[in-house]
Design a protein around this ligand. Structure first.
Ligand code: NDP
Length: 399
C-alpha cells in the first residue's frame, strides 16, 4: 500500500497530484490537504475521487494539526508542496508520527531570506533514530540539477571541478510582470545578494549584477544573471572536488525594470509595515495583486531550458558536458493544465516520491538528491515527461 498525503494545492501541487494520479502502480491512494480546501476539491474533481480519495483543510504552520491529519490518513509518505515556511512544522509532524517526508524547497523563516539547509540538516539524527527518511529539494532546481550533477560525476568524469547550473525560461505569458512560481518566494530569491563558491569559500555579489549572455539549446541567446540558489550549498558539500559552483537564471529587460521599480518603492520588502491598523509585509501584498502563477498556463508559449554544465577530468584530460532538458509550456498545459515551471517542479517531486516508495532511494535520515544513485531517477525523467540530453561541448564559462 503506497498511500501519500500531498500538502499544498498551488501550481506545483496541481502537477504532482495529476502525475501521481496517472500512476496507481506507484501511488495506490492520494490524499490532498491545504490551507484552502476548495482548491483541493477542485483538483479532486479534475482527477476523480477514485484517485484523490480524501481532501482536507490544514494549517501546515501548525505541526500538531499536521500530525493529527497524518494519524487520520496514515500515509507512507508526506509530499510537501506548500511553501518553504511550512517545511519544519511538516518535518516535525512526520517525526512525531513516523512517516517519510519529501519537499521541493529549503525551509525559510518568514522574516529573513536565507536559502540554506542548516535548519533541515539539523534533523538528520532524529530522522535516523526514528527510522524515517526526508528527501530535500526534489523539484527541478534544486532537484534534477543535483541529480544531473551526480550523473555527470558518476558516468563522465574521474573528478568534477567546475559547475554552472543554468535556468532559462524562454517562454512568453503575455503579462507585463508575473512570476512563474509563488511570487513571494521567487522575489525573495532574486532580490537577495548573488553568491557563488570558489576555491573553498563563498563570494557575494550585488543582486542581479553579474551578467553573461548564454546560448540555450532550442531557445537561443538570453541574458543570464548570477544568483545564489540553494542546491549550490549541498552540491559543494557533497562534491568537495568542486573548485567553483555557480547558478545562472535568465531575466528579460522588462522583468528587471519592473522588479527595480517595485524594489525602489519598497514593495519587495519582507519587513512588515503598519497599514490601516494591520501589520502587513509589502511583498505579501504584492503577491496578492500579481497574477496567480497557475493562471499563466493558458496561452503560454515557448520553452524552458534548465541544465548543468560540468567541467572535470576524465583519463587525465579536461572536458565539459552539458546535461539539460527543454520543456514546452503549451505541451505541459495540454497534458496537465500547467505551465512549464510548475511542471518541471511537480514531475521530479512525483518521481522522487516513487523512488522512495519503491525503495530505490530509501534510507533513514535527511538527504539531498545527489546523495543517491542517479540512474533510475534519470530513466524515470525520460519516461514521465522530462527527457534530457547530454552534449560534450566547449565550456561557455572559460574566462
Ligand atoms: P503556490 O503559492 O502556487 O502554492 C502554495 C500552496 O501552499 C497553496 O495551495 C497554499 O494555500 C498552500 N499553503 C501555503 N501556506 C500554507 C499553510 N500554512 N498550510 C497549508 N497550506 C499552505 O506555490 P507553488 O506551487 O508555485 O510552489 C510550491 C513549492 O514549490 C514552493 O515551496 C516553491 O518554493 C517550490 N518550488 C520549487 C522549485 C524547484 O525547482 N525546486 C521551482 C518552483 C517552486 P492557499 O491556496 O490557501 O494559499
Amino acid at each position: 500500500m503506497s498511500r501519500v498525503l500531498i500538502i499544498g494545492a498551488g501550481g506545483v501541487a496541481g502537477v504532482v497530484v495529476k502525475k501521481c494520479a496517472m500512476l496507481p502502480e506507484y501511488f495506490s491512494e492520494i490524499h490532498l490537504a491545504s490551507r484552502t480546501v476548495s482548491k483541493c476539491e477542485k483538483l479532486q474533481q479534475e482527477v476523480g475521487s477514485d484517485r484523490v480519495v480524501g481532501v482536507y483543510s490544514v494549517d501546515a504552520d501548525n505541526a500538531n494539526e499536521v500530525a493529527e491529519l497524518i494519524r487520520k490518513v496514515e500515509p507512507s509518505l508526506v509530499i510537501n508542496v506548500a511553501l518553504p515556511y511550512q517545511d519544519l512544522p511538516i518535518m516535525d509532524a512526520c517525526l512525531e508520527t513516523g512517516v517519510h517526508y519529501l519537499d521541493t524547497a529549503n525551509y525559510e523563516p518568514k522574516d529573513e531570506a536565507k536559502f540554506e539547509y542548516s535548519w533541515q540538516w539539523a534533523y538528520q539524527e532524529r530522522f535516523k533514530e526514528k527510522g524515517i527518511m526526508a528527501l530535500l529539494g526534489a523539484g527541478f532546481d534544486p532537484g534534477v540539477t543535483n541529480v544531473y550533477t551526480a550523473y555527470a560525476a558518476k558516468h563522465y568524469f574521474d573528478e568534477i571541478h567546475y559547475l554552472d547550473i543554468v535556468d532559462c525560461n524562454g517562454g512568453d505569458h503575455g503579462q507585463a510582470f508575473a512570476t512563474n512560481f509563488n511570487p513571494e518566494i521567487n522575489i525573495r530569491e532574486i532580490t537577495q545578494k548573488g553568491k557563488y563558491w570558489e576555491n573553498g569559500e563563498w563570494h557575494e555579489t550585488a543582486p542581479i549584477s553579474v551578467r553573461k549572455d548564454l546560448d540555450y539549446p532550442n531557445v537561443g541567446v538570453r541574458p543570464s544573471y548570477l544568483l545564489f540558489h540553494e542546491e549550490l550549498e549541498s552540491l559543494v558539500k557533497h562534491f568537495p572536488t568542486l573548485k567553483r559552483a555557480r547558478f545562472w537564471m535568465t531575466f528579460g529587460d522588462a522583468y528587471l525594470n519592473h522588479l527595480r521599480v517595485l524594489e525602489g518603492i519598497g514593495m519587495t520588502s519582507i519587513e512588515p509595515i503598519d497599514f490601516q491598523g494591520q501589520k502587513i509585509a509589502p511583498l505579501e501584498f504584492l503577491k496578492a495583486v500579481l497574477p496567480n502563477p497557475g493562471s499563466l498556463a493558458e496561452g503560454y508559449t515557448g520553452k524552458t531550458c534548465i541544465g548543468t554544465y560540468v567541467t572535470g577530468i576524465k583519463d587525465g584530460k579536461e572536458k565539459t558536458i552539458f546535461i539539460y532538458n527543454n520543456c514546452d509550456h503549451a505541451v505541459c498545459n495540454a497534458e496537465v493544465g500547467a505551465q512549464a515551471v510548475s511542471y518541471t517542479t511537480g514531475v521530479p517531486a512525483m518521481i522522487g516520491a516513487s523512488m522512495m516508495l519503491q525503495g530505490h532511494w530509501m534510507k533513514p535520515g535527511v538527504w539531498n538528491m545527489e546523495q543517491f544513485d542517479p540512474d533510475e531517477f534519470m530513466e524515470r525523467l525520460n519516461k514521465y515527461g522530462l527527457p534530457w540530453h547530454v552534449v560534450e561541448c566547449e565550456s561557455p564559462f572559460k574566462e
